[in-house]
Design a protein around this ligand. Structure first.
Ligand SMILES: *Cc1c(COP(=O)(O)O)cnc(C)c1O
Length: 238
């Protein structure tokens, strides 16, 4: 689960990120507390995660079911919401439904159906975000923008999945300003879906922005930012 980087001051980093979030929120003229920090703790050990929680982190992002599954019991003393932000294999849908509080990476109807059944058995309502491949990259997960309305329409019949919005991982750009157009595209896709007024569908959440571009993402409407490196330092194996 990665070595502990003793030179990294996790608490100070969380404070800095929270201040930057507040600054970007104000700059955008958005209400205070309209953006939530999801601290991306993949590969990070539980001691560092505890420090982040002590500094005010309330949401954790993990990209692997197995890893989250082994960490969650070790961090059960405090309440924290666990977000799945990575690709989910269908054979792990049951476990994912048990341990996650949010699924941010829904991009497959068969997977939606598996999660629906798992959540039904658990009698659990699962908030989900639909992942959109805004950069149209063959290597990336996510549905195509033009199929988004139809996809959400089909997920809307899953009574135990609450679609709350969209998530995207834009192509990496050196300059955060270059990511802005992708953030705008995600926001516009959400607006387009919302205009269809599908039953049980909300488009209130936009999960976009990572360590190097979360301020730009907030200016473009992010409500969830997923920040790893800026809190925990560089990962051994990304
Ligand atoms: C790893 C990861 C992040 C965090 O990236 P950083 O650049 O370390 O902030 C955000 N989102 C997803 C989906 C990730 O896999």
């Amino acid at each position: 689960m990665g070595s502990s980087h003793s030179s990294i001051d996790v608490q100070a980093n969380v404070q800095t990120v929270l201040e930057n979030i507040e600054r970007a929120t104000m700059k955008a003229g958005r209400p205070k507390n309209s953006v939530r920090l999801v601290a991306v703790s993949k590969t990070v050990g539980v001691e560092s995660i505890r420090q982040a929680m002590a500094a005010g982190v309330t949401d954790l992002g993990e990209n692997k079911v197995q890893e989250a599954s082994s960490k969650r019991p070790l961090l059960s003393e405090q309440h924290v919401a666990w977000h799945l932000i990575g690709a989910l294999q269908k054979n792990k849908a049951n476990r994912a439904a048990e341990i996650f509080d949010w699924i941010e990476s829904l991009d497959d109807l068969e997977l939606a159906s598996k999660l629906q059944h798992a959540c039904e058995r658990l009698n659990k309502q699962m908030p989900v975000l639909v992942q959109v491949n805004v950069g149209r990259e063959a290597s990336k997960s996510g549905i195509a923008e033009e199929g988004a309305v139809e996809f959400v329409r089909r997920v809307s019949v899953c009574t135990h999945l609450q679609v709350r919005g969209l998530m995207a991982i834009p192509p990496y750009t050196e300059n955060p300003e270059d990511a802005r157009r992708y953030f705008i595209r995600l926001r516009e896709t959400a607006q387009r879906i919302a205009s269809h007024k599908l039953p049980h569908i909300s488009m209130g959440e936009l999960s976009m922005g990572m360590s190097h571009d979360y301020s730009a993402a907030i200016e473009e409407g992010a409500t969830l930012v997923r920040v790893g490196t800026a809190i925990f330092g560089p990962r051994d194996n990304p």
